[in-house]
Design a protein around this ligand. Structure first.
Ligand code: ADP
Ligand code: MG
Length: 713
């Protein structure tokens, strides 16, 4: 019997099994396991443990070594250990909280055991002379090392010392669920199932080449590691048995996205081909030629649109690489083919800017652009909606929130979503549903400036094709970036004055950790007031998320036309804002923002021909991590490099905003740590899908759950 069940509390361990009539399988509900009553079942359910399979995949967070008895003299503070000795003394200690204090010694030394909660029964058990085995973490007490509330077990003839054969797993638990109950439950299930019962959905042939063990080997090892298991490796998640599970999990997610892609490709989409008349006219009026990268991705996109299955393409391009032009080309192709197209942006500010740009570009071809904004009169909105529904206008721009409600199209052929770096599978699917008629749906182009390393993109966007604009328009000069303490604010203000006097314009960005719009707005208002006082000769504008659309529009227009010298703003200007004459940006409290966000912000300058500067003001003292992050921005302007560093420093969840991206929360895998596996995952997925299509569904539902599979099409 495991020591853990022999603590003073009454044990409710499951002693025997096998009275169930049908044999145990992975699908057996936990409620039919011996010893699992309604209240235990409830607690298990809280952890998502409903079936035997769930128990097996509920993996230990760490391990305790109860396989060997440590000499007391060798105990170290903070390192859990199993000890055995004789009680020398046991007495009540008064104090702020009364405690029971015992001293325990073996031949090598002495340690105290301290209990704040104890019963008379316990007190009697721990009398001098009793031999006791204890497991706990030694801490520094007033009179030497002590263990507070150790697991313990008084040895006697009928209860001799039993040494564990395996390391003891410590599982994630929930309130009211004891480690020992869960441990016994899992151990029992492992024993009853046996190796054959643990069905491996990945044929071993696939794994041999990668050198990973079978599923049952992996699970047996993780729930019952041998005494000499490498704990450090296990703690890092790099043990081959863990890698085996990580591999399987990544494979399951990958296959699920592929299925989604496959189902999508079976859908119909309007065939949007054209002679390119509108595109040619547009390109002829553009004041610049396309970069080679822009032409290349435009071709990829236009070719997709000329297919009868829906395009699902992600267009990545660093800040300022010129994605909007590419979007315009795609829109024109849809229009020439006789269909409607929409462009959606995440913020109103950006949507507005797109509206302006598209109106400007499309005006020579007499193509009207419909504007779907929140703050329009009901009448104006209704008229817009009618024109879209009747097919009178071919192009619409707005925030994606606006497309969720009551908008119907005459014949929507293309949806372009801009700057959705926090965009997940679920949202992508929801958007597609928007333009769906029966079996037909529009082509979708998703644009992002958050560059995602290739291996990660394969996983996060395995259902999408990817195009990358890997060059900036010629003549861009990298933004010179400086990092400065906010104690040097006066110098920075002087620099703003100087730049504006020289005819340049500047941004002053206020940041707050709080997501609250009103607090952000307040901070920006305060900064604007201070700056107005310090720089009376400059015309200063203010823009934040709480302002009315018209007010924002007016301010943006004034800044764009050069009437305003300095624009004080919240991070609402993060995406897409394009004012080439602005060549200086100050970011306050830069240490609060993520690297990619800072890079986005900084991308607002360096758009014209002038040398551009960005000053990252921080409020000290800086942590190691913040220092490293700011240094990275100073060192490079390359969005891919920054994304890579960000990933290293913060992990993919943070970078991609796991929850919003729909980038899955992995149970075992870690995209950063397990990057190397991703390559084999892609290769195995191909063969697996071809040779074992029947197993694919089982594997997916094992890891993603039945209901969690990426949308049925
Ligand atoms: P982003 O990829 O960040 O959305 P934009 O589409 O806003 O970039 O383009 C940034 C700026 O570069 C705009 O002012 C745009 O007019 C300009 N631009 C785009 N393509 C080119 C090009 N090929 N040559 C010169 N300037 C360009
Ligand atoms: Mg853009």
């Amino acid at each position: 019997m495991p020591l853990s069940t022999l603590t003073s509390e009454k044990s409710n361990s499951i002693e025997s099994r096998g009275s169930r009539h049908s044999p145990l399988t992975l699908a057996t509900p936990v409620t039919t396991l011996k010893g699992v009553g309604p209240s235990l079942a409830n607690r298990l359910a809280r952890l998502g443990l409903c079936k035997v399979q769930d128990l097996l995949f509920h993996l230990p967070q760490r391990y305790q070594d109860r396989t060997r008895v440590a000499p007391i003299s060798l105990l170290q503070k903070g390192r859990e250990a199993l000890i055995e000795g004789e009680i020398q003394l046991c007495e009540l200690r008064p104090g702020r909280r009364q405690s029971l204090l015992c001293s325990l010694s073996d031949r090598t030394g002495k340690i105290f055991l301290r209990f704040f909660h104890f019963s008379a029964w316990q007190q009697n058990l721990l009398t001098p002379g009793a031999r006791v085995r204890c497991f706990g973490e030694p801490r520094q007490g007033a009179a030497g090392l002590e263990m507070v509330h150790p697991d313990y077990h008084r040895l006697s003839e009928d209860r001799p010392a039993v040494t564990e054969a395996y390391l003891t797993p410590v599982y994630p638990v929930t309130e009211g669920l004891r480690q020992s109950s869960l441990r016994d439950l899992i151990q029992g299930v492992l024993k009853d199932l046996g190796e054959e019962g643990i069905i491996d959905h990945v044929p071993s042939g696939f794994l041999a080449g990668i050198g990973l063990p079978t599923l049952s080997e992996a699970l047996m090892y993780l729930h019952q590691p041998p005494p000499d298991a490498p704990l450090d490796l296990l703690a890092e998640g790099k043990h081959p048995v863990q890698q085996r599970l990580a591999f399987e999990e990544l494979l399951a997610h990958h296959l699920s996205l592929r299925q989604l892609r496959l189902r999508t490709s079976c859908l119909q989409a309007p065939l949007l081909s054209s002679e390119g008349r509108l595109q040619q006219r547009f390109l002829a009026t553009l004041p610049f030629p396309l970069t080679a990268a822009q032409s290349q991705v435009a071709q990829e996109i236009l070719a997709d649109m000329a297919q009868e299955s829906p395009m699902q393409r992600l267009l990545q391009g660093d800040v300022g690489s010129g994605k909007t032009v590419v979007a315009a080309l795609a829109i024109l192709q849809a229009v020439e083919a006789g269909y409607q197209a929409v462009l959606m942006a995440p913020t109103e500010l950006l949507a507005e800017q797109h509206l302006r740009v598209l109106q400007d570009w499309f005006c020579p071809s007499d193509i009207k652009v419909e504007w779907l904004a929140a703050k329009r009169t009901a009448k104006a909105r209704r008229e817009s909606l009618e024109r879209l529904e009747g097919g009178e206008t071919a192009v619409a721009v707005g925030t994606h929130a606006l497309f969720q409600e009551g908008v119907n199209f005459h014949n929507l052929g293309l949806v372009v979503v801009d700057e959705q770096h926090r965009f997940g599978v679920e949202q992508r699917l929801a958007l597609r549903e928007k333009g769906r008629y029966g079996n037909s749906c529009p082509h979708q182009l998703i644009m992002t400036a958050t560059p995602i390393p290739r291996t990660l993109a394969m996983t996060a966007y395995a259902d999408l094709d990817t195009s990358v604009i890997d060059q900036l328009p010629p003549g861009r000069i990298p933004v010179a970036t400086a990092v400065a303490s906010d104690r040097r604010r006066d110098e920075v203000v002087a620099r703003v004055r100087w730049a504006c006097r020289a005819g340049r314009q500047a941004y002053w960005v206020c940041t707050l950790i709080e997501e609250s719009d009103s607090l952000q707005a307040q901070a920006a208002e305060e900064s604007a007031a201070e700056l107005a006082e310090a720089l009376p000769e400059l015309r200063i504008g203010l823009i934040h998320g709480r302002m009315k659309t018209q007010e924002k529009e007016r301010t943006m227009a004034a800044f764009k036309s050069g009437i305003l010298h300095l624009l004080v703003a919240t991070t609402v200007i993060e995406v897409g804002v394009d004012v080439p004459n602005a060549s200086l940006m100050i970011i306050e409290n830069a240490e609060r923002l993520g690297l990619s966000q800072l890079h986005q912000l900084r991308g607002r300058v360096g758009r014209g021909a002038a040398d551009s500067y960005c000053v990252l003001l921080y409020h000290g003292p800086l942590s190691e991590l913040s220092r490293a992050r700011l240094a990275c921005l100073r060192a490079t302007n390359d969005g891919f490099e920054i994304a890579r560093r960000d990933l290293e420093l913060r992990g993919p969840g943070e970078v991609l905003g796991t929850r919003q991206t729909g980038l899955p929360q992995y149970r075992v895998a870690n995209l950063m740590r397990d990057q190397e596996l991703l390559v084999s995952v892609g290769q195995v997925a191909d063969r697996f899908q071809q040779r074992y299509p029947a197993q694919v569904a089982s594997l997916i539902s094992r890891w993603l759950g039945e209901e969690n599979r990426y949308g049925e099409v």
